[in-house]
Design a protein around this ligand. Structure first.
Ligand code: ADP
Ligand code: MG
Length: 351
């Protein structure tokens, strides 16, 4: 849809590198007093004051992490920011600045990059983030986006993957599996479209799923909520790859085991019904689907009262001694070892 062939499209070569950078970054406003220098010098300058700096990077590659056939560029820009912010929230920290680096082929006109940047700008506005720099270069094939997020936290508030103890409760925010099923729906519609370009997809029944795939929201509400509840998790991680592999990460870092109860896994009704339609097991999807960008954390049992009845949180299991292993306890009360990529049921190998 953004191929360079259309009329009224501006080729990137018309602007030159500096013109392009100026054009794309002209609307960014600095909101944090900790941003001493943003775009426009050799490097940004950040003041962390008494806080510790939290830094994280993600690289997204066309054809590997996204497909522009069903991912509008504005959504891609928004999602690229979310992926990074989610990692900062998973440290119980507050993201404040990002840098955005892109490599683009001549296939993309200026208008395509404007779309991409409108998504980045929206994300920056809604999550109160300063865009303080980046890099722009050409690519011989597709589009690459690398975002680095900088955040801050008081040292005593930072939560690592490594602090879980046996008997801690395992808690998840939101619900799982919707983003993966949204992707299945979009891929199916794309196949139909390829055969019959005049078909009009009816995505209405799948709107929640498609939105979770195309416009995920990082859980910026959770760190302040935890603070208000006077609750510091013992360990935390964000769910980017699927519940199963994230539990394994927490267990390995913390040297504990875990029991996850199948019946407790929070699923939206839309996920349950689309799984029936696609004849896929919804537990498998929650375990291995990924891209949920929810937070998974452990708390001391003594803190249970602080989250009890809170609709943001679901207790899905508990940690055990390391030698007890990591298991899914099924509805039939069978214990199945947890494997990253859920028994490889989705056909993907462990990365
Ligand atoms: P340098 O040659 O030192 O790498 P550039 O000319 O690439 O500098 O960048 C000039 C300024 O624009 C820098 O502040 C840089 O961080 C910023 N910048 C470059 N590309 C982007 C981009 N894609 N998005 C946001 N800022 C960018
Ligand atoms: Mg540069």
């Amino acid at each position: 849809m953004f191929e360079n062939s259309g009329e009224n499209k501006t080729s990137l070569s018309e602007l030159g590198e500096f013109g392009l950078i100026d054009h794309l970054t002209q609307h960014f406003k600095i909101i944090h007093s900790t941003t001493i220098k943003g775009i426009g010098d050799d490097a940004a300058v950040i003041d962390f004051k008494e806080e510790k700096a939290v830094v994280t990077t993600d690289l997204l590659v066309e054809g590997v992490h996204f497909d522009l056939a069903y991912m509008p560029l504005k959504h891609l820009g928004y999602k690229s920011v979310m992926v990074n912010l989610s990692d900062v929230y998973a440290m119980n920290a507050k993201p404040k600045q990002i840098t955005v680096s892109i490599a683009v082929s001549s296939r993309f006109p200026l208008e395509a990059l404007e779309e991409l940047y409108s998504g980045i700008e929206l994300a920056a506005k809604l999550y109160k983030i300063d865009v303080v720099g980046g890099d722009t270069t050409s690519s011989t094939s597709g589009l690459l986006i690398s975002i680095t997020a900088l955040g801050g936290a008081n040292e005593q508030d930072i939560v690592y993957r490594s602090g879980a103890k046996p008997n801690d409760l395992l808690v998840v925010t939101g619900d799982l599996g919707a983003a993966y099923m949204g992707l299945q729906v979009l891929e199916r519609e794309n196949e139909v479209f390829k055969v019959n370009p005049r078909s009009q997809p009816d995505l209405e029944p799948y709107s929640y799923l498609v939105e979770r795939q195309l416009k995920p929201e990082a859980r910026q509400d959770i760190p302040p909520l935890l603070k208000a509840l006077e609750l510091k998790p013992t360990s935390m991680i964000d769910i980017s790859d699927g519940l199963s592999s994230e539990i394994i990460h927490l267990c390995k870092s913390s040297k504990v085991g875990a029991n996850l109860f199948e019946e407790k896994i929070p699923l939206d009704p839309a996920v349950i019904s689309v799984c029936e339609e696609f004849e896929i097991d919804s537990t498998t999807i929650a375990l291995s689907g990924g891209e949920d960008y929810e937070l998974l954390f452990t708390i001391d049992q003594g803190d249970y009262e602080k989250i009890k009845g809170n609709p943001n949180f679901t207790v899905i299991g508990h940690m055990t001694e390391e030698n007890e292993g990591m298991h899914l306890v099924t509805r039939a009360n069978q214990k199945i070892p947890l494997i990253a990529r859920g028994w490889n049921a989705l056909g993907k190998e462990e990365e």
